[in-house]
Each structure stands twice: as C-alpha cells, then as structure tokens.
Design a protein around this ligand. Structure first.
Ligand SMILES: C[S@@+](CC[C@H](N)C(=O)[O-])C[C@H]1O[C@@H](n2cnc3c(N)ncnc32)[C@H](O)[C@@H]1O
Length: 303
C-alpha cells in the first residue's frame, strides 16, 4: 500500500509562464453578479453546453452533461477529483453528493464563484481562487474534469504555435497530477469553419476579453504522446439549444436582470447569445467533448 508520503507530488517551483486570460479578464465576465447568472442558468448553475440526449428541460440536460463527464473521467467513487474551471460548483456538488467522491477540488479565477461555493461549507469540497498554472496539489488525482474553461487558456496575442505551447503546459501539468491510468474529461468550444480572422469583435472585446478559442488540431497536438484520445464528440447543435434556453430564461426575467446589471448589460448578453447561436448552428464553432487517458510511460522526455 502506498503511504501518503510516497504518494506526495514533488512540490516543484512553478516556472511556466502562464499564457491564458488574466484573472482580471476572467473576473470582468464572471464576477458581474451571481444573482444575474442565477436568473437564466438552470438550478445547478451550469454555465456551459448541456447534453440534450433524452432530456426535456435545461436542468435535465445539464445533469446529463455532468454525469457524462464524471463517467468519462472515471470519477465515480474516486478519492480525489480536480475540476479545473469549476464555475458555480455544479460538478463539485454532484461528485460528492451523488458519486461518493471523497474530496472534490475546484479551481476558479472568479472571486464571486469562490465566495458562492464557500458558503456551502461542504467539508468534501475545496474551492480555490487559483488558476491551473499555480495549482500545486499535495497528492495525485484520480480524475480531472474541465468544462468550458479551456477557452480561456490562451490569450489573444498568441500565434498558433504559442497556443499549442500554452496548451502543452496545461496537459503536462495534468499528466503530473494524475495517477497512472487517470483520465481527463474535457469540454471546450473550438473554431471549426472559422478562425481568429473571423472573430466577432463584440464577443472578444466586450464579453470575453483576452481569451482566444482553440482549434481542434492545437489541442490534439498539445496532448500528443502524453494523453491518448479515447472519444471525441462534437455537440454543436446542443449549444444552440442551450443558448436558446438561456435566452428564453433571460427574457422571462428581463426586468429583474435590468435591476441587477442594467439594461446595457442585459442587451449585451442577449446579443452574445444570438451571435453564439449562429456560430454553432453554422458550424463556424464546434463544441468538443474529449475523453483523454493518461499515457503512463511516454516514450520521450515530455518536457
Ligand atoms: C464558462 S465557466 C464554466 C464553469 C463550469 N465548468 C460549468 O460548466 O458550469 C469557465 C470557468 O473557467 C474558470 N477559469 C478560467 N481561466 C482559468 C484558469 N486559468 N484556471 C482555472 N480556472 C479558470 C473561470 O473562473 C470559470 O469558473
């Protein structure tokens, strides 16, 4: 049996240069108002594309999505699971309450999200105001999940080669943190029939500043020979349906939303949902769900 000491991950100083969106840019978006987001998200407060297979309501579809990632990551009944970009904690809660996970660790760069989850005072949930690049776990994880955060892991100034480098740093970290045989379940928006040159300036400046979307090839290249890709799904039409549900909820609660964040912000979110719906429907954007398995003995020096 491994002792806690043998199990401990070497606490190496963090030398990598993080190249994703800044904490300030993340807080600009996610710290707008927890109450505002609650008005149009489902009751789990999931802020990412749902999984509408055999689901009628947004909440059912979000729970399907959470369960899909938990299963793909092999996180059921695990000891120690990491959620990178945990939002308002939907999967952390599900892991410990429904899947008997002993400890769920969530990382977010949003102060408002950390405050929100901290109010639960759940002894098995550890939420940290910390980017993945600063994270230094004491013991290895059984599974890693990351939903809707990878979109922020490269900033807009990077070339494609630099993006691959930034993503490679991320996958190297996940490789170090996972136990042998460990898995990542990753969900991210990607460019498909579009690229940086087609970026909608309203979205990139007013809604998600400092964040550049990945291309599938960049993700694949970055993970190559340290993770094998098991399953890849493209669920872009499910994002159209998710956005439509968010828009409907926002419109149904418009007066209250205006009281919370003002008319200009509400109109900006309506516009953002509309543009994103067109992006996914046209295939300019795709929604990738990627199941990755750790390659335990990479046949080269992975750094
Ligand atoms: C769209 S939200 C998704 C939240 C949640 N996974 C969900 O599906 O509801 C993106 C999340 O990524 C987090 N994030 C962005 N950049 C990050 C980074 N470098 N490290 C950790 N989390 C990050 C944000 O703070 C936010 O919680």
């Amino acid at each position: 049996m491994e002792t806690a000491k043998e199990n401990k991950i070497a606490n190496k100083p963090n030398k990598l240069h993080y190249q994703g969106a800044s904490a300030q840019a993340i807080q600009y978006h996610y710290d707008l108002s927890n109450e505002f987001y609650q008005l149009w998200l489902d009751t789990t407060c999931s802020y990412s594309c749902a999984l509408w297979e055999d689901a009628e309501t947004l909440e059912e579809a979000q729970i399907k999505k959470l369960d899909y990632h938990i299963t793909q990551a092999g996180a059921q009944e695990a000891q120690h699971v990491l959620d990178i970009g945990c939002g308002w904690g939907s999967i952390l809660k599900r892991l410990v309450n429904q899947y008997h996970v002993k400890q769920a660790v969530g990382l977010t760069l949003s102060q408002a999200q950390q405050d929100w989850i901290a109010t639960w005072n759940h002894p098995q949930i550890d939420v940290r105001l910390e980017g993945w690049a600063e994270h230094q776990p004491e013991i290895p994880y059984d599974a890693i999940i990351s939903i809707g955060a990878f979109e922020h892991f490269a900033n807009t100034k990077l070339s494609s080669a630099e993006k691959v480098d930034a993503y490679r740093n991320f996958f190297n970290r996940c490789h170090e943190w996972l136990k042998p045989g460990g898995r990542i379940s990753l969900q991210t928006i990607i460019y498909e029939n579009a690229g940086e040159e087609d970026v909608n300036s309203f979205l990139s400046q007013e809604i998600f500043p400092d964040s550049a979307l990945p291309r599938l090839a960049e993700i694949v290249q970055a993970a190559e020979r340290i993770f094998e890709i098991d399953i890849l799904r493209n669920d872009r039409e499910y994002y159209v349906r998710t956005l439509r549900a968010w828009l409907k909820n926002l419109r149904a609660n418009r007066a209250e939303a205006i009281q919370l964040v003002g008319e200009k912000q509400v109109a900006a979110y309506e516009k953002y949902f509309g543009i994103a719906m067109i992006g996914f429907h046209s295939g300019n954007l795709n929604l990738s769900r990627i199941s990755l398995k750790r390659i335990d003995a990479p046949r080269f020096n992975k750094h």
